[in-house]
Structures are given as structure tokens and as C-alpha cells.
Design a protein around this ligand. Structure first.
Ligand SMILES: [Zn+2]
Length: 305
């Protein structure tokens, strides 16, 4: 498939033998994107057979160690493996300083260009686009400036039904207009509607990433209707007070956001290592929202319509 998310790390700040700190790999229409890069991410990439030299966009949510301390190591390995292709890194203000301090300490000579883009605190909007995808950022509600991301396909064009088109006898020069949804009349007066010779484009797909954040309905417009939503759930609802104090969410709160934003599937994550079993996360979230998944590290989610 051409739109997939692999969970590389699903634990909160403290990694365990079975769950790493936050990181995800998104493959969308031949674009290779890494979201967050907690310590150990390069080992997870190896373990799950992801070719990390393909990654050319890295999105960092915030500068807490469990989301970014793996990045200097990953970039150093990219260099050691002879990378020449450029790398774009997006993250909060301060990420330039963090990376430069780490990389410059070791000599700082790189064979490839690293373009670091610092995003405005509390800003929202488009940060990257090409002919196939768009990436938007939006503010989350955490102790320090934190960004959520939405990776969105661009609309495809309508599909030509060749047999139906051939029967009309109009020139192929009209195909472009018909694919854009326009009806046409040729110079002999033959009228052809777009609906009669083309099929509508499939709806666009979107993935939204929200970690780390307290419960915040302000994020809903940015994640509305996403096919897949990752929303952190560090705690269960009986720890709601602790969640509020530390600007994290509970499974119930993540489900409430998924429900209001009308997403198709909710992935929970960023689990506190105090919980030995995650069954209660699933049960608690499913009381509000029926489509919930508890990931294991290495799990692949295919995003389909
Ligand atoms: Zn975290």
C-alpha cells in the first residue's frame, strides 16, 4: 500500500525492553517521513527493517528527551553510512541549537545538507508540500511548545473511462477538462458531461499525530476526519489528576477527542511504564469510541479509505 504508519516506539519517557520511546515511520506515496526520534530509534528502524537512508523528512513534536534524543545518533549514523541526500528536519524553536551542539561537538562535518526548520510556538499551517502530499503542524497543549502534525494526501484527479469516452467521438484534447470535472461541447456541438466519461477521484486520506498533550478540544479542527489518529494516552482515567498536572491525556480523553473529530481509527500510545497490562486502556477508550488500537512496537497500520 502507499500510505502506512509503523509504530517504532509506544512507551512514555522510560523505555522498556519491549516498548521504545516515541517514534513513528510514515510511508506516504514514496515519501519517507520519521515523526519523533526518542533514544533508540535507530535500533528500532533496524529491528523493523526500515531503510533509514530513505527518510528525508523528520518531524519533531517537542524537545523532551523521549522525543528527540535519538536524533543526533541517527543523523551521525546516516553520515557514517555515506549519505549524500539532503535531510529536512522540522521542530520547535530550539531544535537548531540542540542538534548543532550535539553534531558540532564531534567535528560537525557533514557530507549531506541538513535543513532545520524551526516552527513558531503556537503556530499552525502548511509546512511542506509537493505534488502528492501536504504536511501541516498545529499546537498541542504540553509543558513546553509542542507540535502535532497532519500528513495529508493531495486530491487525485478523476479517472477516465476510456470505453465511454471513445464512444463520444470527441477529440482527446478535451480529456484534460473532463478529468477536471468540467462538461464540454466540441466544435461540432457534441455535448459530453464529465460524469458520463469519468469516475470521481477517491477521497483523500490523512494521518494525524498528537503527542504529548493534555486534553484539548482546540486541536479538533486540525485532526478532523483523519483516517488514522495517534493520540497519546499516558494514563488511565483514574489518574486524570496526574494527567492534568503533567499535561498528558488519559485513554478516555483520547477517545473523546477521536469521537469529536470523527476519525476512523484511534491508536493510543505513550503509555506510562507503571502499567503492566494495557487491556484497560482499550476497554476505557472503547466505552466512548469503538475503533481503538493498542500498538506493539513494529506494528504497521495501512491507511485505506
Ligand atoms: Zn513524551
Amino acid at each position: 500500500m502507499d500510505f502506512e504508519v509503523t509504530i517504532l516506539g509506544s512507551n512514555a519517557a522510560i523505555p522498556t525492553l519491549s516498548r521504545g520511546t516515541t517514534s513513528q515511520y510514515v510511508h506516504c506515496k514514496q515519501r519517507h517521513i520519521l515523526i519523533d526520534c526518542g533514544e533508540g530509534t535507530q535500533m528500532q528502524l533496524r529491528k523493523f527493517h526500515i531503510k533509514y537512508q530513505r527518510i528525508n523528512i523528520i518531524l519533531i513534536s517537542h524537545l523532551h528527551g523521549d522525543h528527540v534524543f535519538g536524533l543526533p545518533g541517527l543523523i551521525s549514523t546516516m553520515q557514517l553510512m555515506g549519505r549524500t541526500q539532503g535531510l529536512k528536519v522540522y521542530g520547535p524553536i530550539g531544535i537548531k541549537k540542540l542538534l548543532r551542539a550535539n553534531l558540532d561537538a564531534g567535528g560537525g562535518y557533514f557530507l549531506f545538507k541538513i535543513d532545520i526548520v524551526e516552527l513558531e510556538n503556537d503556530g499552525a499551517g502548511l509546512i511542506f508540500e509537493d505534488k502528492c502530499i501536504e504536511i501541516h503542524h498545529f499546537p498541542l497543549k504540553h509543558r513546553i511548545p509542542t507540535h502535532g502534525y497532519r500528513i495529508q494526501e493531495k486530491p487525485a484527479t478523476r479517472k477516465l473511462v476510456r470505453e465511454a469516452f471513445n464512444k463520444t467521438g470527441v477529440s482527446v484534447a478535451y480529456i484534460k477538462k473532463l478529468l477536471q470535472g468540467e462538461d464540454i461541447t466540441d466544435n461540432l456541438g457534441v455535448h459530453v458531461t464529465a460524469a458520463s466519461v469519468t469516475l470521481p477521484a477517491p477521497p483523500t486520506r490523512a494521518y494525524a499525530f498528537c503527542s504529548d498533550t493534555a486534553y484539548s478540544e482546540a486541536i479538533i479542527p486540525y485532526i478532523q476526519g483523519a483516517n488514522l489518529l495517534y493520540h497519546e494516552s499516558t494514563f488511565l482515567d483514574k489518574e486524570a489528576e496526574r494527567a492534568a498536572e503533567t499535561y498528558h491525556s488519559t485513554a478516555k480523553q483520547a477517545a473523546a477527542i477521536a469521537l469529536k473529530a470523527q476519525v476512523k481509527l484511534l491508536i493510543l500510545g505513550h503509555f506510562s511504564s507503571r502499567y503492566k497490562s494495557l487491556r484497560l486502556f482499550q476497554e476505557e477508550a472503547e466505552e466512548l469510541f469503538p475503533h481503538v488500537s493498542i500498538p506493539e512496537d513494529g506494528m504497521l497500520y495501512v491507511i485505506s479509505n
